[in-house]
Design a protein around this ligand. Sequence first.
Ligand code: PLP
Length: 463
Amino acid sequence: MVCLNTKNLNADELVKLDKEHFWHHLTQHKVFETKDPMIVTEGEGLIIKDIRGKEYIDATSGGVWCVNVGYGRESIAKAVYEQLRTMAYYAGSAGNVPAILLAEKITSLMPGMSKVYYSNSGSEANEKAFKMVRQGNRKRFPGKEKIKILYRDRDYHGTTLAALSATGQEQRKENYGPFLDGFKKVPHACCYRCPFGKEYPNCEIECAKALEEVIIKEDPDTVGAYIVEPITAGGGVIMPVPEYYKIVQEICRKYDVLLIMDEVVNGFGRTGKWFGYQHYDVEPDIVTMAKGMASAYAPLSATVTKQDVFDIFLDDPSKPMDYFRDISTYGGCAGSFAAALESVRIMEEEKLCENSAKMGEYFIGELKELSSLPVVGDVRGKGLFAGIELVEDKTSKTPLEEGKVRKVIADIAAEGVLVGRTNRSFNNNLNNTLAFAPALVADKAVLDKIVNAVRIGLEKACE
Ligand SMILES: Cc1ncc(COP(=O)(O)O)c(C=O)c1O
């Protein structure tokens, strides 16, 4: 059965129509002159089926780390259905019941955070954060332009132009400039390729301290915020060392710079806690989220703030320009809130954060067993969120050539397992990290199958 195949077309007919009309994301369509696009039709747990009936274990949660509770959740479909029948939509200037309940739920999972502003993609949630910083700081610091946004090398914050301006991945940005003024880069925090040539723990956490140098160089009176992914996702699954965010926080406070955590990938259990920053001693001012929020059963994102960020915009209603004058039409879709509420309920009932932590430890442990293979440079991650950086040889750490990385992915897929990788992100051949984000319901049996397929793919790369 092919879902909602209203014309009852067979596989060949659908492939033909796909090639004729459907412009795929991130895809060079020329490849479809010699092969067919993947068309997915069904999913249950971690298993997806393509239009020819071939089954795969999806170790990516939907290609882009988002189907956190796994596929086929009837209760989410039902919750969306009920909500759409009852009250489908009204603009976000009005409240609606699931939006209120979800805001209360999310803030209860994030002590210290207070207000939830909805939109409908990760990029958009980050755009809202930047607008809050720009408008809010012009209000807080009259006469100053304390509005620059600092971002970290290797992090990604989205596809829209401000979010790309804040992105530290040159291939993502290539040919899309000019970018916005006032976005400045801070060195990354990947120990395996330390930008300072040092080795933890004898490094004085220079990557965190580098923030201060950038703030001073730019002039603290011009710097409004620093945005980071708590644990970098598409940039290569990079977990900063334990001391990192405490140092960053102190620097931000010293210069009155707001700290924005982009939890678009990390959030909702991916790393074994509700939010990635909760692994650290840090209190962000603004947190953005999307993907796992509704487990991708519906588009939804949010920009969550501390009360004092919200309070900047509280003012005499006779000042018409002083509230947050932003809107997102689909940031008010009630079906998305219903999906998110049910997804979070499932996560709590099935203890999926705990499962992510426990199974993640097992999974990363098993992946580390592959470290003896000559192409495995580094295995890293947290929870059900892992990366394997591939190299030509371990001593020089020369990244494995990209064509070979693509072949590893294809060989793993031939074993029936879909894994991701750093993709069209970096020059210097650094698109060399395999990425894993299985649904948080994963058990040992399915993780063993994933590891086995990965072993086969990597052994072939060593031949
Ligand atoms: C860390 C991070 N932030 C933001 C985004 C952008 O989210 P969206 O694609 O929903 O706009 C992504 C997307 O992959 C992401 O990985």
